[in-house]
Design a protein around this ligand. Structure first.
Ligand code: BTN
Length: 268
């Protein structure tokens, strides 16, 4: 039996239980790939696939996503929006905000967001990644479907990672059980996604910036095939673009990996 039991989840979702159809699997290739196949067969919005193990978990920018059954919560949520994908700018930030608010509500300390959609924990030891989000869109004449994949560390994973990683167990005095975590995230996302559908990212911008890890700090942007850009991070624009101030003015950044400016890097 899978570690998530949909029967135990239902009461925790309360009045929102009817909005979600949760299937818990022992294993699949990737919860996002499995959900995509079900979406192609007509699965409704609100379908959730959660799996203990993924044999081919996917991360952003073509990376692999590794997780372990006991220490991770890995799931994907199907949502549908009216209109084309171009109307969904800022969606990944909105999802990050939903995740951050849910975690904070569960008592997780030091939750921060890294543009575009990593969830970090800030502590005396510095910042470390707690969760990653991968959103995949597909549009047709009826609108746009989003497969929202979330990988969250319940316990800090061991092993070598390019950046420090952490888990809820290190940021919470009494860590909640996985059913409480999943229910809180789904409940929060339902509200955020509804707001986003009606008003766009604009109405969530200031809340996102309250969680922003590097607001006002010097950062470096690395994007495929481009020289690193360094500047002061002014936050995000109404559509979710990152605002980077450098000697040449304020630039809107649409993609790339952002990190704090390394010591010794040239000023902008
Ligand atoms: C990132 O690179 O930070 C995003 C990671 C997203 C991983 C999740 S785990 C559940 C879902 N299924 C996948 O294959 N990927 C996403």
């Amino acid at each position: 039996m899978a570690l998530i039991d949909p029967v135990l989840l239902k009461p925790r979702l309360g009045h929102l239980a009817g909005r979600f159809d949760v299937d818990a699997l022992d294993e699949c290739d990737s919860t996002s790939s499995e959900l995509m196949r079900r979406a192609d067969r007509g699965a409704p919005a609100g379908t959730v696939i959660v799996a203990d193990r993924q044999s081919a978990g996917r991360g952003r920018r073509g990376r692999t996503w590794l997780s372990s059954p006991e220490a991770s919560l890995t799931f994907s949520l199907l949502w549908r929006f009216p209109g084309p994908a171009s109307r969904l700018s800022g969606l990944s930030l909105a999802v990050g905000l939903g995740l951050a608010q849910a975690l904070e509500g569960l008592g997780v300390a030091g939750v921060r967001l890294k543009w575009p959609n990593d969830v970090l924990i800030q502590s005396a030891d510095g910042v470390a990644k707690l969760a990653g989000i991968l959103i995949e869109l597909a549009s047709d004449r009826r609108g746009t479907q989003a497969i929202i994949g979330i990988g969250l560390n319940l316990a800090a994973p061991s092993g070598d990672f390019p950046l420090p990683v952490t888990g809820i167990n290190r940021a919470c005095s009494s860590p909640p059980d996985r059913h409480a975590v999943l229910a809180a995230i789904l409940g929060n996302l339902a509200g955020i996604l509804e707001k986003f559908t009606v008003e766009g990212f604009f109405c969530l911008k200031s809340e996102w910036q309250c969680f922003h890890a590097w607001q006002g700090q010097m950062v470096q942007i690395l994007a495929d095939g481009a020289a690193p850009q360094i500047g002061r991070c002014l936050g995000v624009d109404d559509d979710g673009a990152l605002l980077l101030e450098s000697a040449s003015g304020i630039e809107r950044i649409h993609s790339g990996d952002v990190s704090l400016r390394p010591a010794g890097a040239a000023n902008a």
